[in-house]
Design a protein around this ligand. Structure first.
Ligand code: BEZ
Length: 212
């Protein structure tokens, strides 16, 4: 198993899920994807995460990002647990959860870190672009629930920087000023960004979000 890195092609797979058998690439179609693993069904942090993910689906949908979760438990377990998530988190789980009992997908994506736990997946996140390249990899420990605001923030940055010659600064949020890509000379930047370029240092140039 080769380690996956940014820019690698996300491995395709066909798997049993809480919504039936799905092929990952078919499911993603020509949009973006987020694949995230959690350690185990019927655990407290995971319950809050998947409830939160369900509530955020409307925001992922707006950005054309399909969500898929995963754990090494089976479909029967997933379906029973989904009832608990819906009840306790006051939501409806509205995306598939892979039942990776044979660990095929976990191994493909290196989601089991034996020194953390030999039997459970860690909290991995993969964000995948429409061309199926991996744009983000995150790994959280089992004891820390993920921040779905941050995942949306990264997607906003990835989608903006995919189409404009900019990067996003620390703590950037959608609509705030962005950094001019270091590859662009300042004279050219002033032509491209008609809302203006603030040259703080020759290597640090800010411009308003070009999409707003
Ligand atoms: C949880 O989701 O609550 C959890 C899962 C595995 C280890 C610790 C916490």
């Amino acid at each position: 198993m080769a380690t996956l890195r940014l820019g690698d092609t996300a491995p395709d797979f066909t798997a049993e899920t809480s919504q039936g058998t799905l092929n990952f690439y078919d499911y993603l179609s020509d949009g973006w994807g987020i694949l995230f693993s959690h350690p185990a069904d019927f655990t407290p942090v995971c319950t809050t995460e998947l409830g939160t993910a369900a509530k955020f689906k409307v925001e992922f949908d707006k950005r054309k990002v399909k969500m898929m979760a995963l754990s090494v438990d089976g479909t029967n377990s997933h379906n029973e647990w989904i009832k608990d998530i819906n009840e306790t988190q006051k939501t409806t789980v509205n995306f598939p959860i892979v039942a990776d009992e044979d660990r095929k997908v976990s191994d493909l994506y290196d989601m089991i870190h034996p020194k953390a736990d030999n039997n459970l997946t860690v909290r991995s996140v993969f964000i995948i672009a429409p061309d199926k390249t991996i744009k983000l990899i995150l790994t959280y420990p089992a004891s820390t629930g993920r921040n779905f605001h941050e995942l949306l923030r990264v997607i906003d940055s990835l989608q903006l920087t995919a189409y404009h010659k900019v990067a996003t600064p620390a703590n950037w949020k959608n609509g705030e000023d962005v950094v001019v890509s270091p590859a662009i000379p300042t004279a050219e930047a002033k032509e491209i960004f008609d809302k203006g370029v603030d040259v703080i240092k020759p290597y640090l140039r800010m411009t308003p979000d070009p999409t707003t």
